[in-house]
Design a protein around this ligand. Structure first.
Ligand code: GLC
Length: 471
């Protein structure tokens, strides 16, 4: 069985969010079960060609996009695990830029639809020409949502699977843009109620199998939670082939015992290093070295959906109660400004690093006591899984994958603090409870040890994907 896994971001080469982590680790976890796995992704300028040995050009080709003929090159190499192949698609006109999705000011590229059309047409070209053998084509999110439908027009014996990592992003395009797609695909498309098209919904309509990244989120989508009526009809039409598989994590890269970025290693039986990492983290971000104060970490895109409107309103009162906060992330100018102001108001208690910083992300996971992740919606979420592994107790809203992976604390069970509904008073109560348990001492150590005993390695989930491939 040959699997081709298509994603517009793949860690460690290119990363904007969780999709990259999944695309960088699920294919490797599938490798033992299948004949061959190949990942296909664009070659962005930020990808270091020398470091990753992206030199040889295996295949060159051309794509007609509207009236233009645009050349591409495919560079294939072994992925860093040495077991899976990765193919980088080069086309400077579309991918020779620093950003993956956006300009440096956060504004999406004006030609994103065109870029994704082109990328998918290259994948189709590579498959139809026989250059890339494929039995299962695994597509991810709206950027690859048209591929299952394009595959139908080829009438090859290929099964398609479409994984939704986030239903908030549809990749809408207009009837005018539609004219750029190959003629045979056009007739298969369905208009939305806004008189445009949704690449995400096309992926749902035309794939043999549709999945999302947790069972909880699958149920929410099927129940129409935060889904418009039109989309819901299209989801429900494929109900029989729709399921949720929770993401795994790379347990080598995110390991408190082996993490390359943290100064002190630790395990659930020897938590000494965790305290030392806390001291290192406080020093690194310039917070007062008060070791008994609870330290809450956050690593997130700064968007409203991640719960920042609630967090922002609670910062001052929790600083009053003695808590400290460290925020890492970039995104909306408004949230950036709020966090910057909060850290100026409380320089000893709140630190904010605006940007993307992998070493600091690992140190936050290792050195914080709690991880704040009150997302309004969260298809799966990965940071709460990293947090559990590092004994950093997650505080989450019961939604999607957060509800599936964090068990609410009770006196002798549970792995984190869970609130619902999504409301400031509920979050306030739950953070208050977390602080109380933290100060209780021994209960907290037991809680950390339970969290650290959870297993979110990929193997279970890879097996579930493999079962679906075989249906
Ligand atoms: C998206 C989702 C997140 C999920 C990730 C990987 O970023 O928002 O919840 O964990 O994809 O599937």
């Amino acid at each position: 069985m040959n699997i081709v896994f298509v994603s517009v971001e793949v860690a460690p080469y290119s990363k904007a969010g969780g999709l990259a982590d999944v695309a960088g680790s699920l294919p490797q976890a599938l490798a033992p079960y299948v004949n061959a796995v190949q990942v296909l992704t664009p070659l962005y300028s930020q990808i270091d060609r020398i470091k990753y040995d992206i030199q040889t050009t295996a295949i060159k080709g051309k794509i007609s996009l509207g009236k233009k003929i645009i050349p591409y090159a495919l560079h294939q190499t072994m992925d860093i695990d040495g077991k899976t192949k990765i193919g980088f698609i080069e086309c400077d006109q579309f991918f020779g830029r620093d950003g993956i999705y956006t300009e440096s000011d956060g504004e999406g590229f004006a030609d994103n639809n065109l870029r994704y059309f082109f990328f998918q047409m290259v994948v189709l070209d590579l498959i139809s020409s026989g250059s890339i053998p494929v039995d299962i084509l695994h597509c991810n999110d709206h950027h690859t949502g048209l591929l299952p439908l394009m595959m139908k027009t080829l009438q090859l014996k290929v099964r398609t699977i479409f994984t939704i990592h986030n239903f908030l992003y549809h990749g809408h395009f207009s009837a005018e843009e539609l004219n750029l797609l190959p003629g045979s695909t056009k007739t298969l498309l369905t208009k939305t109620q806004w008189d445009n098209y949704s690449a995400l919904l096309e992926g749902i309509d035309h794939s043999d199998i549709v999945t999302t990244v947790s069972p909880g989120y699958a149920l929410e989508l099927l129940a129409g939670l935060n889904v418009d009526v039109h989309s819901l009809k299209r989801i429900q039409a494929v109900k029989a082939n729709f399921s949720g598989i929770v993401n795994g994590i790379d347990t080598e890269y995110w390991s408190p015992e082996r993490d390359q970025y943290i100064p002190f290693h630790f395990s659930k039986d020897d938590l000494d290093g965790k305290r030392k990492n806390k001291a290192a983290l406080l020093a690194k971000v310039g917070l007062a070295p008060d070791m008994d104060a609870p330290l809450l970490g956050s690593i997130s895109r700064l968007v409203e959906n991640k719960g920042f409107p609630l967090i922002n309103k609670l910062l001052d009162e929790f600083v009053e109660l003695g808590a400290k906060f460290i925020f890492l992330g970039s995104g909306s100018p408004e949230i950036t400004d709020q966090l910057r102001k909060a850290s100026k108001r409380h320089p000893q208690h709140i630190a904010f690093d605006d940007g993307f910083n992998e070493p600091l992300a690992h140190l936050i996971e290792a050195g914080s006591d709690m991880f704040l992740m009150p997302s309004r919606l969260e298809p799966c979420g990965l940071n709460q899984l990293y947090s559990l592994r590092y004994g950093t107790i997650p505080i989450v809203h019961r939604t999607g994958g957060l509800g599936d992976t964090v068990d609410p604390w009770t006196a002798d069970s549970g792995t984190g603090f869970v609130f619902e509904p999504y409301d400031i008073n509920e979050l306030r109560k739950t953070m208050g409870l977390a602080l109380k348990v933290y100060h209780s001492g021994s209960d907290w150590v037991k809680l950390m040890q339970r969290a650290m005993s959870m297993d979110f390695s990929w193997d279970q989930s890879a097996k579930q994907y493999f079962r679906l491939y075989n249906l």
